[in-house]
Structures are given as C-alpha cells and as structure tokens.
Design a protein around this ligand. Structure first.
Ligand code: PMV
Length: 332
C-alpha cells in the first residue's frame, strides 16, 4: 500500500444558502441548503501519509505556496480528525492542492478544497467510506464541502447530529445542463471568511425570518429543479441570496461583501430580463462576485452583454459536474 492518493472535487453554487451554524464544532447548519456542483471549477489534491516518520509536521502547499498560520492549522485540524478515524495519530502528511480558478474570488474554494482533501486523505490512509460518510467528514472542514462530495444537484440536510447532517444527490449532472456564469468584479481576498461569518448570523434580527422563509421554499426549489423550470427557480434563488446578504449586513459587526460592481451587475441583469426578456438570474456568495444562472441557449448573449459592463473584470463559466473522485494523476 502506497499511502498516497489524489482526488478532484468541483466547487458548488448554492441556490438555497448555508449561512449560520447551530453547532460550530460540527458545522451543523441552521437550515438545509441546495446547490449545483460545478464541473469546470475544481480543486485537485494529493495527500501522502508519511508512514516512515520523516515529517515533524504536516506539509501543505496550496497553489504553489506553502500554507502557514490559520490556513495550515485548518487543514491540520481536518487531517487530525482523519488520523483519529484511522486510529493512528502519528502519521504526518504531505498535501499539495491546486485550484483551477483564483482562490478567494468569491468562488467557494473551501467547498472543493475540503471535499478533495477529505477524499484524498481518507483513501490514502486506507479508510473505505461511502459518499454519505465522506460528506459528514468534509462538512467538518467546511460546511459547503459536504455538498461537493456529490455531483449534479445536491441537498445538504441540516440533520441534528454528525451522522445525519449530510448531503445527498437530488439529480445527476446531466439532468439539467444549467450554466453558471460568474461575473468577477473583484479578486481581492475577502476581509471576513465565511467560516468566521457563520458565527455572526445569529446576531442579526433578520436571521430567524430568513431561516423560516427557507423552510417554506425548499420544496418549491426541489420542484423547480425537477421540472427544469428556471423561471420558477430563478426568483427563489435571488430571494434567498438577498435574504442572506441582508442577514450579513445586519449582523453585529455588520458584513458588507458587495462592491459597486456587484450592484452594477445586479441592476444590469434585472434590466436585461425585464426589458429584453433575457432569462438570467443571480446569486451571490460571501463575496462581491455575481453568479448568473441561465440555460445554455442564452449563455453567449449573456457573455456578450457582460463585456459591456465596466466593472466586470473576468468571467468564468461552468455547468453541473460530477461529485468528488479519486484520480490517478498525482500532483507530486
Ligand atoms: O462552507 P463555507 O463555510 O465556506 O460557507 C459557505 C457559505 C456560502 O457560500 C455563502 C453559502 C453556501 O451555501 O455555499
């Protein structure tokens, strides 16, 4: 046995958001969330356990840079849990990870990162686990990573315990080839990570209203995906994205992720929809960039129009993709 494995996992974009934790240690969320796993935006991670005992600490390299401080500690904490599961706390690990999109660009790099890390580290240490068990482990690293273990359209059940707060696939990727067009208006590293932001949700007076609203919307969102009906799904997605940002803005301290470019894109999209009938809907994660969802037939026109907006720096696109998978090509 080589104690080395590589896994690739796609990022995901949430239609119903995860914002706020009921249990910060286990990352048990306040509400179910629903997302699409992204095929074209992914993280590849190789983990090798140092069974010979050369390493005194985990060695972590992300996008060519040696990770240190809180970033490295977060990965080591996750590896500690996997070491504990495998019953061997001594092994240190070599971890090399590469994103095919810029980190901290508002694309959920922690989702694909912790999904890929979980699958690679568990496989390399010889744990044989199903996707549900991997989802529970990935959740501890980053809540949204629980969803990236699965492909296509995915729901993360809030659950009430470590074993029940897991994701499951609603529909496979080829069920609906929806496009996610990401309008990047800023590539600056965000000032408050989503990991720290979750703790603030409960301080907003709007939080409980949003969580109640989510429970009224979940079935509608599942139905809209089942019917491949973007005209029904789109307004629900926009409503929850705006509700989540209202919670962020009204927490103590207040979080304001939007930049002027964010608003330029939101207004343009609504104008294109209302005045020209372009069926495009937006959502925004914990950052300033805007994810635009449309059917493949409208993607070219959307890309053409985005080029006319002065605040859009680059655009990234993806359709739905497969869940995390073990691959043969190691990064070292
Ligand atoms: O998994 P985290 O802790 O990075 O949280 C993700 C939070 C959002 O991206 C804003 C919403 C979501 O459900 O993905």
């Amino acid at each position: 046995m080589s104690f080395k494995a590589t896994a690739r996992a796609g990022s995901n974009i949430a239609f119903i958001k995860y914002w706020g934790v009921a249990d910060p240690h286990l990352n048990i969320p306040l509400n179910n969330s629903i997302s699409m796993t992204l095929g074209a935006l992914h993280t590849t991670t190789t983990v090798e356990w140092d069974v010979a005992g050369y390493l005194r600490a985990d060695q972590i390299v992300i996008d060519g840079v040696r990770a240190e401080g809180p970033k490295a500690e977060r990965v080591t904490r996750h590896l500690d849990f996997i070491r504990h599961l495998a019953g061997d706390r001594r092994f240190r690990a070599r971890v090399v990870s590469r994103n095919n999109f810029p980190m901290a660009s508002g694309i959920a790099s922690s989702a694909s990162a912790f999904a890929a890390l979980t699958m690679a580290a568990c496989t390399a240490i010889g744990l044989s686990l199903d996707r549900t068990q991997l989802s529970a482990i990935a959740r501890r690293g980053s809540g949204s990573a629980s969803r990236s273990i699965f492909g296509g359209y995915v729901e993360w059940e809030r659950g009430g315990s470590d074993a029940t707060s897991v994701a499951r696939q609603l529909f496979p990727p080829d069920y609906w080839p929806l496009r996610d067009v990401v309008a990047v208006v800023s590539t600056n590293e965000k000032t408050v990570s989503s990991q720290n932001g979750h703790a603030l949700a409960l301080t907003s007076p709007l939080n409980s209203a949003r969580v109640d609203a989510v429970y009224g919307m979940l079935q509608e969102v599942r139905n809209a995906i089942a019917l491949r009906n973007l005209e029904h799904l789109g307004p629900l997605i926009e409503q929850d994205a705006l509700a989540m940002h209202a919670v962020m803005m009204t927490s103590r301290p207040s979080l304001l992720y939007w930049q002027p470019g964010t608003l330029e894109v939101l207004h343009a999209v609504r104008r294109w929809r209302e005045e020209d009938g372009l069926p495009v809907y937006f959502t925004i994660d914990a950052g300033p960039n805007v994810h635009l969802l449309c059917e493949p037939a409208f993607e070219r026109e959307l890309l053409r129009r985005l080029q006319t907006l002065s605040s859009v720096r680059t655009v990234m696109t993806s359709g739905p993709g497969e869940g995390a998978e073990v691959i043969d090509q190691h990064l070292f």
